[in-house]
Design a protein around this ligand. Structure first.
Ligand SMILES: Nc1ncnc2c1ncn2[C@@H]1O[C@H](COP(=O)(O)OP(=O)(O)OP(=O)(O)O)[C@@H](O)[C@H]1O
Ligand SMILES: [Mg+2]
Length: 249
């Protein structure tokens, strides 16, 4: 049995078929790359898996449970977490408190309640460790508006890790980073995969995806194009065609 099994999901926004009949599986202890041109429906797939939108067709199973109708909070409790493409930090809180809030939320139904009630020093210790781990421990006490986008992206990864997920969904974590920073964060992402944690990594930085992921799933125009070993995906004519099509559009 796969850790995550998405079957035949579809969602339509107005006239747009954002995702059409997509099936996708993530195994235990897997780092699966997820690529595709702009507008391919990658973020929409992440939102379906996380429960932020409901598919109009199809099902999502995680750890053997059908979670298609579950709330985001219940999915978090079962072990899913998402680092979003467009990060929405709480601007009135420091980076440390943004992560501490998530660390507290892991154990409570209401994140705000968690922030006020749980042992904040424990959540803050955990947050400090996570910010060190993602390499921005030196700006713990900065506010989101005071640091570059690359730092905010790392904070978002720390925030997702604070939820102690069994499957971490990352939506373009390398965006906004320079080549060296991207390489460093990609190495860190690869190190996140353990016997108890898998990662589904959406990225436009295909070079880094091919470097750290042994397997890659490709989506184009809301549909599954292929899923195969990284070398085979990178060598395929269909992949080149998908990205050429993007440039023609
Ligand atoms: N809430 C929404 N309402 C209307 N249309 C939407 C909504 N969310 C996504 N779409 C549309 O669905 C399609 C897929 O969008 P999505 O953001 O999932 O693509 P993506 O692969 O993540 O793209 P990118 O690489 O640019 O992040 C696009 O045509 C987008 O405009
Ligand atoms: Mg996206």
């Amino acid at each position: 049995m796969s850790l995550l099994e998405v079957q035949n999901v579809s969602i339509r926004f107005g006239g747009v078929d954002a995702v059409r009949g997509v099936s996708l599986a993530v195994e235990e202890q897997q780092l699966l790359g997820f690529i595709g041109p702009n507008g391919a429906g990658k973020t929409t797939m992440m939102r379906i898996i996380m429960g932020m939108v409901r598919p109009q067709q199809g099902s999502v199973e995680f750890r053997g449970k059908d979670i298609t109708q579950w709330s985001v909070q219940h999915r978090v409790q079962l072990g899913l977490a998402l680092a979003q493409q467009i990060v929405k930090p709480l601007h009135s809180l420091t980076l440390l408190d943004n992560v501490a809030l998530a660390a507290g939320a892991r154990h409570m139904r209401n994140p705000l309640q968690a922030f006020l009630n749980v042992d904040r020093s424990e959540a803050r210790d955990q947050a400090r460790n996570l910010l060190d781990f993602v390499g921005i421990g030196n700006v713990n006490n900065a506010f989101p508006s005071e640091v570059p986008l690359g730092f905010i992206k790392r904070m978002e990864v720390a925030r997702a890790l604070a939820l102690e997920p069994g499957l971490l969904l990352l939506d373009e974590p390398l965006a906004g980073l320079n080549q060296t920073e991207a390489r460093d964060l990609a190495d860190l992402i690869a190190s996140l995969v353990t016997p108890s944690r898998s990662v589904l990594l959406i990225e436009h930085n295909i070079g880094e995806v091919a470097r750290i992921c042994s397997e890659i799933y490709v989506q184009e125009n809301g549909q599954r194009l292929m899923q195969d070993k990284a070398e085979r995906v990178m060598a395929s004519a269909a992949l080149r065609q998908a990205y050429l099509g993007e440039h023609k559009a």
